[in-house]
Design a protein around this ligand. Structure first.
Ligand code: UD1
Length: 420
């Protein structure tokens, strides 16, 4: 079994280049299967387990995918299956992105029901309700969702919650439909805009992405195109917080500051120096002990991202005074708390809020990642903990960080992957 071992205490210095966004490339890969003409070429594809798994499922559907470094070429003209029911589908939540595009293309789909996960129940009702409004009839039995539609028809759909995945699924499906679709109370994340740009370059007619209302004028077919994925704002934010926690001076390159407004604001509030430069964002910090306690509440974009909650907590364990963090997006996204306590953190939890009082120091020990971002947060704490921190469940971290250990080591951290 693999572990990540960190000896705390080193400052971080230098620069780090951010890769393409995980949460953009996953729906973009799914949207690629809508092209019945030509190939798509996608640049800046991160090297992640989630991406590898989704590619495997798409290839199973008959699509040809070639990968060369960070570029992939997708030929979906030869796609010949509508059943995504192989084993890994139910384990990979992103496989749900295939539901809308497969039905839009074939009028049928069969997909294994994705399970819940460590961070919450993760229902898919908004995806199904929206697709039903477009004319899909679903049958769910034995863990498989079967969908059928005699051509999709535009509709007016109001999402009860601005779900990122549901917004993306509906945008993809409605792109190939008859008439106009209006999606209301949708998610406004930068990844939605990236997907809309990609679909529009394929020939779709989508307006309003990035606001809470999206209009889609259905077309009859889409073709392959060329696209570069936006930088990963969560990866960028993770490195910023790592520098803030460990102390140091690092330039984060290939980052769109506008996508990280709440994270930058909270880092500044905590007393961290965050400056935009021509090549990227420079973060300078004296480390967790030099930070001030702050209050955070996760919200849909443009609010503070739930995907940064754990890392921010990881930075605040020794901050001066009290911090409070409220999680409003997922029900069970505080499993890292118990691991932080093992390191000596002073944390109290009540409902969906945790109150934290900064301690003089935290100690390295054996801890386990409960999900992707919790794993990053434990590494961040390990960077300034006294002694050695061993982080288990490394597979979660590989789902969403490309070369995290190597990058932190190149910045000066004492960090290694080892076989236990
Ligand atoms: C996406 C991101 C994930 C991020 C999350 C919230 C990807 C691949 N993943 O996940 O990193 O943490 O947005 O920013 O882009 N919900 C329902 N019914 C549904 C769908 C969602 O009740 O049909 C609820 C969820 O349980 C959750 C909330 O809506 O409480 C937000 O989920 P959603 O925005 O859909 O997250 P994902 O798209 O799964």
């Amino acid at each position: 079994m693999e572990e990540i071992v960190i000896k705390g205490g080193n400052r971080l210095e230098g620069k780090v280049l951010i890769k393409g966004s995980k949460n953009s490339i996953l729906p973009i890969l799914a949207a690629s299967i809508l092209a019945t003409e030509g190939k798509s070429v996608i640049y800046d594809v991160p090297n992640l387990k989630d991406v590898e798994n989704l590619i495997e499922i798409i290839e199973y559907l008959g699509v040809k995918i070639d990968r060369e470094d960070n570029m992939i070429t997708i030929d979906a003209t030869c796609m010949n299956r509508y059943d995504a029911t192989i084993d890994c589908v139910s384990e990979l939540r992103a496989s749900l992105f295939l539901l809308g595009p497969i039905i839009a293309r074939f009028g049928f789909s069969e997909i294994s029901q994705p399970g819940g996960c460590a961070i919450g129940i993760r229902p898919i009702d908004l995806h199904l309700k929206g697709l039903e409004a477009l004319g899909v009839v679903f049958d769910k039995s034995h863990g498989v969702i079967k969908g059928k539609a005699d051509g999709l028809k535009g509709a007016r759909i109001y999402l009860d919650f601005p779900s990122v995945g549901a917004t993306e699924n509906l945008m993809m499906a409605a792109s190939i439909s008859e008439g106009q679709t209006i999606l209301e109370n949708v998610a406004e994340e930068p990844e939605i805009v990236d997907l809309a740009n990609y679909l529009n370059n394929m020939g779709a007619r989508i307006t309003g992405a990035g606001t809470n209302m999206i209009k889609i004028h259905g077309v009859t077919k889409l073709k392959g195109t060329v696209h570069t994925v936006i930088p990963d704002r969560i990866e960028a934010g993770t490195y910023m917080i790592a520098v803030a926690a460990a102390g140091g001076n690092v330039l984060i390159e290939n980052v769109i500051a506008d996508h990280l407004k709440p994270v930058l604001a909270k880092l500044r509030e905590a007393g961290v120096s965050v400056e935009e430069e021509f090549e990227g964002i420079r973060v300078k910090s004296e480390g967790s002990r030099g930070c001030k306690g702050i209050t955070i509440k996760t919200m849909p974009y443009p609010g503070f991202p739930t995907d940064m909650q754990a890392q921010m907590l990881g930075m605040l364990l020794c901050a001066d005074g009290r911090s409070s963090v409220t999680e409003t997006i997922f029900e069970r996204r505080f499993q890292h708390i118990e691991e932080f306590r093992k390191m000596g953190a002073d944390i109290i939890m009540a409902g969906n809020t945790v109150a934290l009082t900064g301690t003089e120091k935290i100690d390295g020990t054996i801890v386990y990642a409960s999900d992707l971002r919790a794993g990053a947060a434990l590494i961040i704490a390990g960077l300034y903990a006294e002694g050695e921190t061993r982080v288990g469940n490394v597979h979660f971290i590989d789902r969403g960080y490309d070369r995290l250990v190597e990058n932190l080591r190149s910045l000066g951290a004492d960090i290694n992957r080892v076989q236990r």
